[in-house]
Write a protein that binds this ligand. Structure first.
Ligand code: FE2
Length: 142
């Protein structure tokens, strides 16, 4: 599933939006065989990026949800917990498979699809809560 940036994803919070934009670019490259697919090292580097995304970016989002008293925060946070578990379990599974390239790539693609789905649904809902009116972000022109 490829997914492009559009204004409905913009929260208006630059740190969140810039990370979502970068995340989309990297996930589309991964799903189109343009990144993280040519060596064990690059595939593990992509997995490390996914780990960083779920462990750090999710915390930033949740801080903003608390700050803005977001009513759907608990549902959104539960989904974050589930996604963090998926990524951390993937790292453990890969060690059981001796970090075989095809296993890492398949795992990364499954994780990317789940994270893109999250961005397209719950993160979009949070963005629309923060910015109910149409909003032109700086990322729309890239
Ligand atoms: Fe989220």
């Amino acid at each position: 599933m490829n997914m492009g940036w559009n204004a409905s994803l913009a929260t208006g919070i630059n740190a969140i939006d810039s990370e979502h934009f970068d995340f989309l670019r990297r996930m589309n490259a991964l799903l189109n065989n343009r990144d993280g697919c040519d060596s064990v090292a690059s595939a593990l580097h992509m997995l490390t990026f996914l780990e960083h995304h779920v462990l750090h970016h999710f915390v930033e989002e949740e801080e903003q949800m608390v700050l803005h008293d977001y009513p759907a925060m608990l549902v959104h946070r539960d989904e974050h917990v589930r996604l963090v578990d998926s990524v951390l379990n993937a790292r453990c599974d890969l060690e059981l498979h001796n970090n075989r390239l095809e296993v890492i790539i398949l795992s990364n693609r499954l994780l990317a699809s789940g994270l893109l789905e999250h961005l397209n649904t719950l993160d979009r809902s949070f963005a629309q809560f923060l910015r109910p009116a149409p909003f032109q972000s700086q990322w729309d022109c890239v």
